[in-house]
Structure formats: structure tokens, C-alpha cells
Design a protein around this ligand. Structure first.
Ligand code: CA
Length: 237
């Protein structure tokens, strides 16, 4: 696997996964399977390759095999933790590794044991990403006269506190975390209503509409919370 020439920013705003795996059969199956599931997959078969891709592409999630040709995935996970809060899912092959991985004291979010089903892995990936969205880093995003404080879960408009429901805040925070990029409807639904049967996906539109009334000067002509027809939404400064 070769390193990338330039940072990957997926134009459709899909989740970018760094897959670090040295078994060709897993590498190929996951590459195909995860792409079908809507992820962008960047693959490396060594830690050195993964390090390069991570620096170039800033992936949203890392799937990390434990036994790699040039070292231990656990050590690489520790290394990632020094500079990034990217969620990491460990992939173990041998039962005797499980004890080590079970502790997850080196900063991994979850683990799976080979052999696993794609469906199980994807469910865990979505759960980890959802938790990550729900507990973002402590930065504040400023959009026009709107100030979003992810840590305090508060939104100010000028000097006024904006009252948002939990879901409205989660949606705004999800979009703010990817400022200027499109977040697909499916990603919004996964992040906010994962695991729930949402019979009517218009619930998402209702939340967007309410948010616009709270943060836009002219909700009928939004300049910050923009709809990308047929794809999703984008938060613009
Ligand atoms: Ca391996």
C-alpha cells in the first residue's frame, strides 16, 4: 500500500477509515465491504505505512490489527494518542492478545476478535463514531455571531444564550465538527438516532428547521445551515 500524496477530504463528507492490516484476505474483504457500507477506506499493511497515511489524511477512525510486520498495533495506538483523539478499534487474531486488548488502557475505543462479521464490525464502528461525536474535544466553533461551545454544550448568539434541545445541539455540533463539509443525511441519522428505528426520516428535517429558526437571521434563506439537496447538510461560516 502506498502513502497518499495529499490530504484526503472526501467531497461527499463520508467517514474516512484508516485500515491497518497485513493479512491480504482481510485487507481485501474489508476494503470492499466497508466501501459498500459508505466509508472511504485508506489501507496500510505496516505501521510505517499507517503512520504516513495518518499524517497525510487525518482519518476519522482507525481499524488497527495488533500483530503487524514492523511492530505492535498496541504501541502504534499509544503513539497516536500522543497527538490525536481519533477513535481506534483494535483487531486481534489470537486469544492470548485479548487479555491485553481487553484493558484498552492504551487508549483504544473498542476491539474485535478475528474472525468477525462485517456487520458486527460496522455496528461497532458506528457506535464508536457516535460516542466520539457525543464527546467532542473542548474547542469552540464560531460561525458568524454564533458561538458553539462543545464542552459546555452551550450555544451563544451574540450575547444571548440559544436554547437547544439535546438532539438539536448534537446535530449542530456534528456539523460544526466538519465545518464547510457536507455531512450526509445517513451520517446525521446514524449519529443522532443510531440503533433506534426512526420510522420517519423527516424528523431530521424537523430538527434542521428548528435549528435554523434559532441560529439563522432569515430561516427561510439560511446562510449558515445549508441543505445540499439529495445529500445532506453543511454548516458554513
Ligand atoms: Ca496481523
Amino acid at each position: 500500500m502506498s502513502a497518499l500524496e495529499s490530504p484526503v477530504v472526501d467531497p461527499e463528507g463520508r467517514t474516512v477509515v484508516l485500515l491497518v492490516e497485513d493479512e491480504p484476505s482481510y485487507l481485501e474483504a474489508l476494503n470492499v465491504g466497508l466501501t459498500v457500507e459508505g466509508f472511504v477506506v485508506l489501507a496500510a499493511d505496516t505501521i510505517a505505512g499507517a503512520r504516513q497515511i495518518f499524517a497525510d489524511a487525518a482519518p476519522d477512525l482507525v481499524l488497527l490489527d495488533v500483530m503487524l510486520p514492523d511492530g505492535s498495533g498496541i504501541d502504534f495506538c499509544r503513539e497516536l494518542r500522543q497527538s490525536s483523539n481519533v477513535p481506534v478499534i483494535m483487531v486481534t487474531a489470537r486469544t492470548d492478545e485479548v487479555d491485553v486488548v481487553l484493558g484498552l488502557e492504551f487508549g483504544a475505543a473498542d476491539y474485535v476478535t478475528k474472525p468477525y462479521r462485517l456487520r458486527e464490525l460496522v455496528a461497532r464502528m458506528r457506535a464508536v463514531l457516535r460516542r466520539h461525536v457525543a464527546a467532542p474535544s473542548d474547542d469552540t466553533t464560531i460561525i458568524g455571531d454564533i458561538r458553539i461551545d462543545a464542552t459546555r454544550r452551550t450555544v451563544m448568539r451574540g450575547n444571548e444564550m440559544v436554547e437547544l434541545s439535546r438532539k438539536e445541539f448534537d446535530l449542530l455540533n456534528l456539523l460544526a465538527g466538519r465545518l464547510g463539509q457536507v455531512v450526509t443525511r445517513d451520517e446525521c441519522l446514524d449519529a443522532l438516532w443510531w440503533g433506534q428505528d426512526l420510522a420517519d426520516t423527516r424528523t431530521l428535517d424537523t430538527h434542521v428547521k428548528r435549528l435554523r429558526h434559532k441560529i439563522e437571521a432569515d430561516p427561510a434563506n439560511p446562510v449558515h445551515l445549508v441543505t445540499i439537496r439529495g445529500v445532506g447538510f453543511r454548516l458554513d461560516r
